[in-house]
Design a binder for this molecule. Structure first.
Ligand code: A2P
Length: 304
C-alpha cells in the first residue's frame, strides 16, 4: 500500500475522472475513496482510462473504498460492497473500510442514493441510529475477502476507520480475517500516539486523513476550522520547512509517513498534488518530529 495516496473526499464527481487520471499520470498509485464521497464511478472511470492508455495495469494501483453507515446490517453490507465494487468497475477493491462505527437506519439507495447522515432527501432530518454491532458488519465483509477458499472475493483486504483502541481490540478478538488498516483523523493538533502504537504493534497499518488539520475543513465552512490557527502557516512548521527547502505541506506529510503512517491528501491543483507525492524525498530529524508532535492539543474536527 503506497505511503502517499490521493484522497478524493471533496473532489466533485464531475471532476473526479479527470483528477484521478491526472493523479495517476503524476505517479500516484493509491486512491482513497468512499461511497460517501459520491464520486466512485467517476473515479473508477479515471483509473480505467489510465489502464486503457497503458499508464498502469490494474495490479499497479491500490484502491480503497468505504462502507457507509446506513448499510451496516449483514445483508445490506454485502450488497453495498458489491454496489461499490461495481461503481468503481475495476473487478475488485484493494481495501474496504467500515467508514464509521455508527449504524444508521437502512435507507434503500433507490429512495435516497447518498443518505450521508441524513434521513430525508432535503437533508433536514439526521438519520436514526440502529442496533447493529460492528462485529456483524465485520463478519459480513469478511465473506467478501478474496482467499484461497474464496477466490471470487471482491475485496483484497478489509479494515475500519474512525475507531478507538477499545473497539479495535474487540473486533480483533472476534475477526477471522485480520484488520489490515485503521484510518483516522490525524495531524499535529491530534497526534493520538497510543492509538497509532497499538494499531501498528498489532499489524494494523494506520492511514491519516486531514493531515493539514483545519485546512481540510475550511472548504466545508467549519466554524471550528475557521477559528483554529492554520498548520500550513504555523511558525513551528514553516521554520522546519525553510530549513529543508520544502513546503509546510510536505513537512506535515513527512511527519506522518516517516512514522509509517499513510497519508491521503486531496488537492484539486496539479502542482500541489505533485508536491504532496514528493513529500517522502527528505527526512526530518528526531527533534523536528518531536517539535511537531508537541503541537498536539487533542483537537478533533470530525466529531461523529
Ligand atoms: P486544494 O484542493 O485547493 O489544494 P484533505 O486533508 O481533506 O485531503 O484536504 C486537503 C486540503 O489542503 C484541501 O483544502 C487542499 O486544497 C489543501 N492542500 C492540498 N495539498 C496542499 C498543499 N501541498 N499545500 C497547501 N494546501 C494543500
Amino acid at each position: 500500500m503506497p505511503l502517499v495516496g490521493y484522497g478524493i473526499w471533496k473532489v466533485p464527481a464531475e471532476n473526479a475522472a479527470e483528477s484521478v487520471y491526472n493523479a495517476i499520470k503524476l505517479g500516484y498509485r493509491h486512491i482513497d475513496g468512499a461511497y460517501d464521497y459520491m464520486n466512485s464511478a467517476e473515479a473508477g472511470q479515471g483509473v480505467k482510462r489510465a489502464i486503457d492508455d497503458g499508464l498502469i495495469k490494474r495490479e499497479d494501483i491500490f484502491i480503497t473504498s468505504k462502507l457507509w453507515n446506513n448499510y451496516h446490517a449483514h445483508d445490506h453490507a454485502i450488497a453495498a460492497a458489491h454496489r461499490e465494487n461495481e461503481a468503481w468497475g475495476l473487478g475488485y477493491l484493494d481495501l474496504y473500510l467500515i467508514h464509521f462505527p455508527i449504524a444508521q437506519k437502512y435507507i434503500d439507495p433507490s429512495e435516497i442514493k447518498y443518505p450521508c447522515f441524513w434521513e430525508d432527501a432535503a437533508r433536514t432530518k439526521v438519520g436514526t441510529l440502529v442496533k447493529v454491532p460492528m462485529i456483524e458488519t465485520w463478519k459480513a465483509i469478511e465473506t467478501l475477502v478474496q482467499t484461497d477458499s474464496n477466490p471470487q472475493g471482491i475485496l483484497k483486504s478489509i479494515g475500519v476507520a474512525n475507531c478507538n483502541a477499545q473497539l479495535l481490540t474487540e473486533l480483533q478478538s472476534q475477526a477471522k480475517i485480520p484488520l489490515s488498516v485503521l484510518q483516522i483523523e490525524l495531524h499535529p493538533y491530534l497526534v493520538q500516539p497510543q492509538l497509532v502504537q497499538m494499531a501498528q504493534e498489532n499489524g494494523i497499518a494506520v492511514t491519516a486523513y486531514s493531515s493539514f488539520g483545519p485546512q481540510s475543513f475550511l472548504e466545508l465552512g467549519s466554524p471550528r476550522a475557521l477559528k483554529t490557527e492554520a498548520l500550513l502557516t504555523h511558525p513551528v512548521i514553516t521554520k522546519i520547512a525553510e530549513k529543508h527547502g520544502k513546503t509546510p505541506a510536505q513537512v506535515l506529510l513527512r511527519w506522518a509517513t516517516q512514522r509509517d503512517i499513510i497519508v491521503i491528501p486531496k488537492s484539486n491543483n496539479t502542482e500541489r498534488l505533485a508536491q504532496n507525492l514528493d513529500s517522502v524525498s527528505f527526512d526530518l530529524a528526531k527533534e523536528e518530529l518531536e517539535a511537531i508532535s508537541a503541537l498536539d492539543k487533542g483537537l478533533r474536527f470530525v466529531r461523529s
